[in-house]
Design a protein around this ligand. Structure first.
Ligand code: NDP
Length: 497
């Protein structure tokens, strides 16, 4: 049996989750926000209300941080757990996500405007894989002995969990980012207070419940939905939070870094991008065009590493633009719960206005703008758009648009394009398409970005570090580097007398 939430069939368990009373999840319990305030949650594909979230404020954050602090006490059940047991709990959390993969995917479609297939195959699957990958780490976190020149002294290093972690996440990957932030933090032995985006709170709250059912002691993972300016800021400012890990805009990342500096709080920032993607004349053009279009149009361009600046060798430029326009024309927009949909909506009306404003400006500045099919009716959609005849200094070529909008720029030679590709305040990802291995090596060395793709785009792996150069952030999510960000190194000196 299926229930209908507005116009689309939603499974009963998802409808039941959306109907839950608005709550925060603190100390293993679902509780109303202390103020009783709420935030409406909209389906981006219809603009209609699908749920109501608790609007946590500084008092809720304080209650959650207190729970996380108690759970981090040296005598707590969490700290007493062996590394092997900790790993098993993480593994069971990953299993619990996979057991409810279809429901989680539906929640992500409704909260974040995703397309069901991608939500299931990428967001949910990757979140589970993060827990499974980091489940292997607790038993492998080791210190070392130090070859000292002091006689009668033994020195060893130990790795300690950093403490209480405040995680603040964006709306573009609500569940997946839980995997990126929470899994390594728990593997290191930390406790967590997560503030999901106010737009997309549901999957994080469900994950926290499942984590307790999987054996995570109460208070180790707490979730406080709320507004960034209130709940987010309170988490950053709280004296008992030892580290902030953040994914979101560069502007908010800078604000967080400034505030966290007052308490010399550890900070990891995964911020925006304007990633350059370069198609050389010798590339397999069909593969390059398909990969580049997939990278920018997937999730309607709302990905931090979207390859939104495409440099194409002048000799193949017009052919590539023509192929890209054809792909934009063919993408079927619609509600993410429709199996035929290929292009979903933007997350909210303000993003829709922002993206439309960028496209309008590009047109006014003289660029050629090709727009794919529009979506009739409601929802925060923007058609797939290809901008050509633009200049490197136009906003469409320098600013993070965060929509399905690709700016194509011609180039003539290798040194020139590498210089232009790097002329950005960002440095999250970069891509090159060529069959020439020496160009590939030259480019991967020259490009200043946290991830460089050669003849492909967009895959991530729980074992591969992900993060930015320059204003795309600092620190890394995923892989051993992420784990390191949740650990402190302690030198232990023993004097033998
Ligand atoms: P934000 O950076 O504002 O939001 C990210 C998270 O930070 C949300 O949970 C938000 O809360 C919270 N937040 C906001 N302000 C503060 C604050 N002062 N202190 C602590 N936490 C805060 O991104 P937006 O959602 O506003 O998106 C704006 C633009 O940012 C997009 O157009 C895009 O360009 C970029 N962006 C980049 C992302 C990336 O992956 N690199 C992801 C998302 C956005 P709340 O839920 O209340 O907003």
């Amino acid at each position: 049996m299926t229930l209908s939430v507005e116009t689309h069939a939603v499974s009963p368990s998802v409808a039941a989750r959306l109907d839950l009373p608005p709550h925060v999840f603190v100390d293993g319990q679902a509780l109303p926000a202390l103020s009783g305030r709420t935030i409406p949650v909209l389906d981006p594909a219809s603009g209609r209300r699908i749920g109501t979230a608790a609007c946590g404020d500084p008092a809720d954050v304080d209650r959650a941080v207190q729970a996380a602090t108690r759970a981090f006490d040296p005598a707590s059940p969490w700290r007493a757990m062996t590394p092997l047991e900790r790993g098993k709990v993480l593994h069971r959390i990953g299993d619990a996500v996979l057991e409810r993969a279809d429901e989680f995917a539906e929640l992500e479609v409704l909260d974040a405007g995703k397309v069901r297939g991608a939500a299931r195959g990428i967001d949910v699957d990757f979140a589970a894989r993060c827990f499974h990958y980091f489940a292997g780490w607790p038993t492998k976190i080791v210190g070392s002995t130090v070859p000292t020149s002091h006689p009668g002294v033994h020195i060893a290093t130990e790795k300690d969990p950093v403490g209480v972690v405040g995680a603040i996440t964006a709306w573009n990957f609500p569940l997946l980012l839980c995997g990126w932030k929470i899994a390594p933090a728990l593997a290191a032995g930390c406790t967590v207070v997560l503030k999901p985006s106010e737009e997309t709170p549901h999957s994080a709250l469900w994950l926290a419940e499942l984590a307790v059912e999987a054996g995570l002691p109460a208070g180790v993972l707490n979730v406080v939905p709320g507004r960034g300016q209130e709940a987010g800021q309170a988490l950053v400012d709280h004296a008992d939070v030892d580290k902030i890990t953040f994914t979101g805009s560069t502007a908010v990342g800078k604000e967080i870094a400034r505030r966290a500096a007052d308490q010399v709080k550890r900070v990891t920032l995964e911020l925006g991008g304007k990633s350059a993607n370069i198609i050389f004349a010798d590339a397999d053009l069909d593969a390059a065009v398909e990969g580049s279009a997939g990278g920018i149009f997937w999730h309607s361009g709302q990905t931090c590493s979207a390859p939104s600046r495409l440099f194409v060798h002048r000799s193949v430029h017009d052919r590539v633009v023509e192929k890209l326009r054809a792909i934009a024309d063919d993408l079927r927009p619609g509600h993410g719960l429709d199996e035929t949909t290929e292009l979903g909506p933007l997350v909210n009306e303000s993003q829709q206005r922002k993206v439309a404003g960028h496209v309008r400006l590009a047109r006014e500045q003289g660029a050629s703008v090709h727009v794919g099919p529009a979506v009739p009716g409601e929802g925060f959609f923007h058609p797939a758009t290809v901008i050509s005849d633009a200049r490197d200094d136009m906003a469409c070529a320098t600013e993070e648009i965060f929509g399905p909008v690709l700016t194509v720029l011609p180039f003539d030679d290798v040194d020139e394009v590498l210089r232009r590709a790097d002329a950005s305040e960002y440095g999250l990802a970069a891509g090159i398409w060529t069959r020439d291995v020496s160009i590939a090596h030259r480019a991967t060395r020259a490009l200043r970005a946290g991830t460089v793709y050669v003849n492909g785009w967009g895959l991530t792996d729980p074992a591969a570090p992900f993060g930015g150069y320059r204003q795309s952030g600092y620190g890394r999510d995923l892989g051993p580097d992420a784990l390191e960000g949740y650990l402190e190194t302690k030198s232990v000196w023993t004097f033998h007398g």
